[in-house]
Ligand binder design. Structure first.
Ligand code: FBP
Length: 351
C-alpha cells in the first residue's frame, strides 16, 4: 500500500510536536482557514446555479463594486473565526474597520488580516479565485488590541498563506519553516499534503502584469517589460505572458515554475493597486520562504513600515533573479539594447 495520505491536521500536529510549548492554538487557527476554504469552494463549485454571481450594488472601502461572492467569502471568514474564539481581531479588505473580539481576549492572542476573495473580476466567468491571510500576534498583555495593533510590518507575521480556488482547491502557507501546499480531496473533505517544502526556481520564463496599464508606467518599468519581450536565447527570452486576473493564481504558478508578477506603481499613483497588509505582505513571506523575492521596486516588501490598514504598495514578486532584474530597470540602472542584451548604466562616483 502506497504512503498513507498526510492530512493538514496531522501534518501541523507533527510540526507542533517539534515546537516546545506549542499550545495547539496555532494549528487550530490554520485548520479554521482550511474550513473557510472548504465552505467557499463548495459555493464556488455551484456558483452559477445558486444565484451568487453578480454584484450586491454596494461599494467597499477600496472604492470597488462589491461582488456577491466577496460578501459571502467575507461573511464566511467572520463566522468561522468568531465561532472559533481563536482570534481577538479580524481585518478584511472588504471592511473599513477591523472587528475586535474583547470577549476572546486575552486568551486569544492572534489577529487575522485577510483578503476574503482575491481576483474579484473573475467571479462571474468561472476563472480562478483565491483568498489571502496574514496572522500577527497581539503584542499587548495589558489591554485589548486596537486597530493600530493590526498595522504591522511584514516581518512581524507569524503565519501567512493563501487559498487557491482553481481546478482543485489548495491551501498553501508558511509559519517561517518553509512553504507547504495541501490539496483538498472533496471525496473525504480533507486537505492532503501535495507540495512539501516548495522551492521557487531562481529564474523563470513567464511574466504576469496588466499591460493595459503600460502607458501609466514609469520609464524603467516599461523598459523592463520591453526587455522581457526581446528575443535572446542566452537569457531565455522572450518570456511568455501569463496574467489570470487573480494574484493568488499567478503567484502560485510562479511559486512552482518560476517567473515574475508585477503590479507596479503608476505615474500619478506611485502606491499601485494592491494592499500591503493582507495581499503583499503574506504573499511576500510565502515567496521569500520558498527562496524567492518580493519588492516594491526599490525595497523589500516585508520591511515596508505600514501606516494604515488599507494602504497600497507596488508589488514585484517571484524568482530572485527576475525580481532583481526588474528592480534594476525600475531604478533606471539598466537599459535594454536591441540585440536583446542590456547595457549597465553605471550610477554614482566615477560613472
Ligand atoms: P481584489 O482582491 O479586489 O480582487 O484585487 C486584486 C486583484 O484582483 C488581483 O487578484 C489581480 O492580480 C489584480 O487585482 C487585477 O487587477 P487589474 O484588473 O487592474 O489588472
Amino acid at each position: 500500500m502506497g504512503q498513507f495520505p498526510l492530512t493538514l491536521g496531522r501534518f501541523i500536529t507533527g510540526k507542533q510536536a517539534a515546537r516546545p510549548g506549542a499550545t495547539g492554538e496555532f494549528s487550530n487557527l490554520l485548520a479554521q482557514v482550511g474550513l473557510v476554504g472548504k465552505l467557499i469552494a463548495q459555493d464556488l463549485r455551484r456558483a452559477g446555479l445558486i444565484n451568487i454571481l453578480g454584484t450586491t450594488g454596494e461599494i467597499n472601502v477600496q472604492g470597488e463594486t462589491v461582488k456577491k461572492l466577496d460578501e459571502i467569502a467575507n461573511e464566511t471568514f467572520l463566522k468561522v473565526f468568531d465561532q472559533s474564539g481563536l482570534v481577538c481581531a479580524l481585518a478584511s479588505e472588504e471592511m473599513d474597520k477591523p472587528i475586535l473580539f474583547p470577549e476572546h481576549w486575552p486568551q486569544a492572542k492572534y489577529m487575522l488580516l485577510f483578503d476574503p476573495l482575491d481576483g474579484s473580476s473573475n467571479t462571474d466567468c468561472n476563472m480562478p479565485l483565491g483568498a489571502i491571510f496574514s496572522v500577527v500576534k497581539s503584542s499587548h498583555k495589558d489591554r485589548m488590541p486596537a486597530e493600530d495593533d493590526l498595522v504591522r510590518k511584514g516581518t512581524e507575521q507569524v503565519a501567512a498563506g493563501y487559498l487557491l480556488y482553481g481546478p482543485s482547491t489548495m491551501l498553501v502557507y508558511t509559519v517561517g519553516q518553509g512553504v507547504h501546499g495541501f490539496t483538498l480531496d472533496p471525496g473525504i473533505g480533507e486537505y492532503i499534503l501535495s507540495h512539501e517544502q516548495v522551492c521557487i526556481p531562481a529564474r523563470g520564463k513567464i511574466y504576469g502584469t496588466n499591460e493595459g496599464n503600460y502607458h501609466k508606467w514609469t520609464a524603467g518599468m516599461k523598459k523592463y517589460v520591453d526587455y522581457l519581450k526581446l528575443p535572446d536565447t542566452a537569457t531565455g527570452r522572450p518570456y511568455s505572458g501569463r496574467y489570470s486576473g487573480c494574484l493568488v493564481a499567478d503567484v502560485h504558478r510562479i511559486l512552482l515554475d518560476g517567473g515574475i508578477y508585477l503590479y507596479p506603481g503608476e505615474l500619478g499613483k506611485p502606491e499601485g493597486k494592491l494592499r500591503l497588509l493582507y495581499e503583499a505582505n503574506p504573499l511576500a513571506w510565502v515567496v521569500e520562504q520558498a527562496g524567492g523575492k518580493a519588492s516594491t521596486g526599490t525595497g523589500r516588501i516585508l520591511d515596508v513600515e505600514p501606516k494604515q490598514l488599507h494602504q497600497r504598495v507596488p508589488l514585484i514578486i517571484g524568482s530572485t533573479n527576475d525580481v532583481r532584474d526588474a528592480e534594476e530597470f525600475i531604478q533606471d540602472k539598466r537599459e535594454p539594447r536591441m540585440s536583446g542584451h542590456t547595457r549597465e548604466i553605471l550610477v554614482g562616483p566615477g560613472s
